[in-house]
Design a protein around this ligand. Structure first.
Ligand SMILES: N[C@@H](CCC(=O)N[C@@H](CS)C(=O)NCC(=O)O)C(=O)O
Length: 252
């Protein structure tokens, strides 16, 4: 078996590492599970029951940031981190803000409510939480991002993991109907569009489109038909399990 990523292109965290690998021309097999359907074997390699997971021989890595840094060190060309200690630290903090704050706002409060809550947990989304997020919390986060978004090009002198992370989160937002208002946040809107046009990111769109809204059980076939290399074995099962990190309920 070659190197494996457990995860799918609709997870912003998994997509970050899949785009990084593609950007570097590294081939990988994918097991595109929805994490809630992970089996006990999944728990064994992902103790928080989260995607992505990278498995490379006897190396098992968790967390998209850890995985992306491993990828960048193992295949240094083209680089996905800036040079120099200060810029590298800045890049890590920018990525962390996206992973934590945009993860909370765009994934758990928006995307999760609109997609996972009705389809996996068979409940109505929490509309009050969604409204509060869009009207109050996201504008605050976008103001912070706007002050740091580049007017042209990327955060540093070439596209980096941090740029990709933001574009991944805003793609999930777009999938549930949220677009950055370019009149309010023009630099952010322009920057995210430029990252979206980076070939490896643009190439991920066909995989996202192949699986978004497709039942967990049918995703392997859909992705294979779209040209992805799908693993023989899967860490996914038929029955969803409670999220270790969230319980199975909405979060505020
Ligand atoms: N810090 C982690 C977060 C990963 C994460 O939250 N992944 C989501 C999918 S988008 C997940 O697996 N959620 C399942 C759960 O929390 O139960 C990373 O960067 O990889």
């Amino acid at each position: 078996m070659g190197m494996l990523i457990i995860g799918n292109h609709v997870s912003p965290y998994a997509r970050k590492v899949l785009v990084a690998l593609d950007h570097k021309g590294v081939e990988v097999e994918i097991d595109p599970i929805v994490p809630f359907y992970g089996t006990d074997a999944f728990t064994a390699v992902s103790p928080l029951r989260r995607i992505p997971v990278l498995i490379d021989g006897d190396l098992v890595l968790n967390d998209s940031t850890v995985i992306a840094e491993y990828i960048d060190e193992r295949w240094p060309d083209p680089p996905l981190m800036p040079k120099g200690a200060a810029d590298r630290a800045r890049a890590r903090w920018m990525e962390e803000f996206a992973d934590s704050r945009l993860g909370d706002l765009l994934i758990w409060r928006l995307f999760y409510q609109r997609t996972v809550v009705p389809s996996v947990w068979k409940r109505e989304p929490d509309e009050a939480l969604i409204a509060r997020t869009i009207e109050r919390d996201l504008p605050e986060a976008l103001d912070w991002i706007e002050a740091r978004a580049p007017a042209e090009g990327f955060l540093f002198d070439h596209v980096c993991t941090a740029d990709i992370a933001y574009a991944c989160f805003f793609r999930n937002a777009a999938l549930v109907g949220y677009a950055i208002d370019a009149e309010c946040w023009p630099r952010t809107a322009g920057w995210i569009a430029r990252v979206g046009a980076v070939p490896a990111f643009a190439a991920s769109m066909k995989f996202e489109q192949a699986i978004f809204g497709v039942r967990s059980a049918d995703r392997r076939a859909a992705l294979r038909a779209a040209g992805a290399r799908i693993s023989e074995q899967s860490y996914g099962g038929a029955v969803p399990q409670r999220s270790l990190m969230l319980g199975d309920g909405p979060r505020d």
